[in-house]
Each structure stands twice: as C-alpha cells, then as structure tokens.
Design a protein around this ligand. Sequence first.
Ligand code: OAD
Length: 245
Amino acid sequence: MDIPRELIERLSQARRVAVLTGAGISAESGIPTFRDALTGLWANYDPQELATPEGFARNPKMVWEWYAARRTSIVGVRPNPGHDALARLERCFDTFTLVTQNIDSLHQRAGSREVVELHGNITRVKCSLEQRVVSDFAEGESPPRCPCGAYLRPDVVWFGEMLPADALARAEDAAEHCDVFLSIGTSAQVYPAAELPLRALSAGATVVEINPERTALTRHVQFALQGLAGEVLPLLLDKLTAASA
Ligand code: OAD
C-alpha cells in the first residue's frame, strides 16, 4: 500500500482533524462487523429482534443475554495496531476528534483521549424507562431491574432511537470545522453517522477513506486507501512522523 505524498502534505499542514470509525477498525481485534455477508452480526442475527426497543419489549431476556455475551467477548479482546495508531495520531494535531460508532471501548483502551461515542457503550447499562445510566444494580435477574422497577438495558443506541444529542453535536461540529476527515472501517450506510464525511466535504475538508472494500462514500472522497486499518494507519502515522521530522 502506497500512501499518496499529496495526502501526507495535507495532513502535515492540517491543524484540525476529525475521524469517524466503524466496526471495521475492531475487526482485526476479532470483533465481528455488522454487514459482512458471511460473518457480519446482522447476517446471523435479526436486528429487529436484538437492536430495537420493540424487540426488547417482546423478549427482554433474550436481548439482555445477547448483549451480556457480547460484553463478555469484548472484555477478552485487545486494541489492534489501528486503534494504537489513532491514539498516537491524536498527539500530532492541535484539535483531533475521534468519533466512533463502536460500543467496545477499544479506542479508550488504546489511549485515545477525545472519543465521541455516537452509539453508546456496551459496558454501561441504563434504565429502560428513565434512560439514566445505572451503575449499581443486583445481577441475577435477566434483565436486572432499576430501583424504579423497570428493566435495565444496555446503554447503546438501537434502530429507531435518537443518538445522544451532545455526542452528535460534537461530531457535527468536528466534521464541519476540520481540515482533514478520516472515515475508517465503516460501510457508511447508517445515518446520521454516514452524513459526517459528507458534511466535512461540503465544508471544504479533505476526506480520506480507509477500508478494504468500496462503500457508499468511496466515490465522494479525495483519497480512498484500500486496505486494512491495522496496516494502513500505522503506515500513515510513520509517513507523517517522517515528514514532520
Ligand atoms: P458495517 O459492518 O456496516 O461495516 C464495516 C466496514 O468495515 C465494511 O465497509 C468493511 O469493508 C470494513 N472493514 C472490515 N474489516 C476492516 C479492516 N480490517 N479495516 C478497515 N475496514 C474494514 O459496520 P458500521 O459501518 O460500523 O449500529 O455499522 C454502522 C452501525 O450499524 C453500527 O454502529 C451498528 C450497526 O447497526 C448500531 O448498533 C446502532
């Protein structure tokens, strides 16, 4: 994989960088993506049953246990060189906002400091009625109950739900005020996240995609780096560091 010199020049001159990551960046850590035709979660599980408020109302035990199993498997994985490179890249710019659709905490575990979580975090739970995060609850029942009596649920965004307003506002602001925007490991199909690189383009930013496959975004971007995040990002970081030395 060759990183275009023009891209390294633009990154060297950039002061503000925004990044959007999706499931693809965690694929090399062993976490399945959603839309891979064979191994994607939504190829093997029905999102209407597992990732909607209606599905939870129909079968709270099944939904709770599916997320509990995913939580357990995520605890056992480690950040990969793609996460590590992004954590180091953060230190190269005045302003660096890492927006993620992932709920796995791997960016934070790799050392990224400014992480905007658009779709929540699987390690937190919240009350399904009051929507407040609850940290102290009795395990045992499945799902456990909030002190108010309602079921607890994972603090993740399900289909048909609003994104956390403050996270979305920060993400939109970062997209609209960056010099370079990186879209990494996302199929760019789920809105409003998929709109962020388009907002950056409209605002005049250089938009770069890192993905082994073409996506809905590819034809719009100035640089499409076709490769694995865990390989392309360390290379990008090396070239940038060498250029600024
Ligand atoms: P998808 O599964 O839709 O897309 C993953 C993308 O990662 C695909 O375009 C792959 O080609 C790419 N990919 C795979 N391996 C990669 C690698 N090693 N390096 C770089 N890219 C790689 O996942 P998302 O776009 O994240 O929402 O999906 C968006 C949202 O849809 C998720 O946050 C989730 C899901 O429904 C909710 O649960 C609310």
